[in-house]
Design a protein around this ligand. Structure first.
Ligand SMILES: C[S@@+](CC[C@H](N)C(=O)[O-])C[C@H]1O[C@@H](n2cnc3c(N)ncnc32)[C@H](O)[C@@H]1O
Length: 233
């Protein structure tokens, strides 16, 4: 019962209240509501559970793309990680991440920039991390090329992303809501085929898993997570 009430309430916000507020003032919505919405939704129990599965694999010099509110910070193993560079174009989310970062003993630097045009040197990063970011970055192909460029030869790309479901009824909802959902969700496209994107852009999977996140609407919750390396670099 509680589950259905939560589902009903989240649909009211997602499909009625947020679109109306954004229609009235896009600037107000994007500055005051969206960062809080991202911080709230990205810290749900099932998403944090996914973070715990992958983030402790990060080692050495780490680049986290689309770091947003810094929700992965608590999961890094500071005995393995030497430094973290967190990049994101959102000033508002960056402020939240900076506040969060003071709680953890990590050597971290933040940069306001786009993952599709990184100011990072070639072959300089041991681990690139992307969680729930490839859905929102406007140029995911260019971003994956940038990840390839900055990774060292033996570097790894670790990810947990949501995207296109293999189930026709779910992908139908993902494709039909794509005309407006990205507008209220910071550019988030729920219908990107993450596996194909990573593979087609020159990565080999070391590990790839899929699941529907429990307690999450199916069109939002088809999750891909794992590790990849640059194809025979
Ligand atoms: C759904 S949030 C996920 C945030 C964070 N990665 C997490 O796991 O909670 C999507 C993030 O992608 C970021 N983003 C959007 N466009 C971007 C770009 N061009 N380059 C890097 N990050 C971008 C947004 O600012 C936002 O922080």
């Amino acid at each position: 019962m509680k589950k259905y009430f939560y589902l009903f309430l989240s649909n009211i916000f997602l499909f009625i209240i947020f679109p109306i507020i954004r229609l009235i003032s896009k600037k107000f919505y994007e500055k005051n509501i969206l960062p809080k919405l991202i911080n709230f939704t990205c810290n749900s129990g099932p998403i944090n559970y996914q973070r715990k599965k992958i983030i402790p694999n990060a080692n050495g010099k780490v680049l986290e793309i689309g770091i947003g509110p810094g929700s992965n910070l608590k999961h890094y193993d500071n005995t393995k990680v030497t430094s973290i560079l967190g990049i994101d174009p959102s000033e508002e989310l960056n402020q939240i991440a900076k506040k969060r970062a003071v709680k953890y003993n990590l050597n971290i630097e933040f940069l306001i920039e786009s993952a599709s045009n990184l100011s990072v040197e070639n072959n300089s990063i041991d681990t690139v991390v992307s969680t729930y970011a490839l859905c929102s970055i406007p140029e995911p192909e260019k971003t994956l090329q940038e990840i390839k460029r900055v990774l060292k030869n033996d570097g790894i790309f670790i990810f947990s992303e949501h995207g296109l479901s293999p189930d026709k009824n779910v992908s139908f909802v993902q494709n039909t809501t794509d005309s407006f959902y990205p507008k209220i969700a910071g550019g988030c496209h729920t219908n990107r085929n993450i596996e194909k994107l990573i593979f087609d852009n020159g990565f080999e999977f070391i590990e790839l898993n899929n699941i529907y996140l429990p307690g999450t609407q199916k069109f939002l919750g088809y999750n891909y997570w794992g590790k990849a390396k640059v194809e025979s670099k």
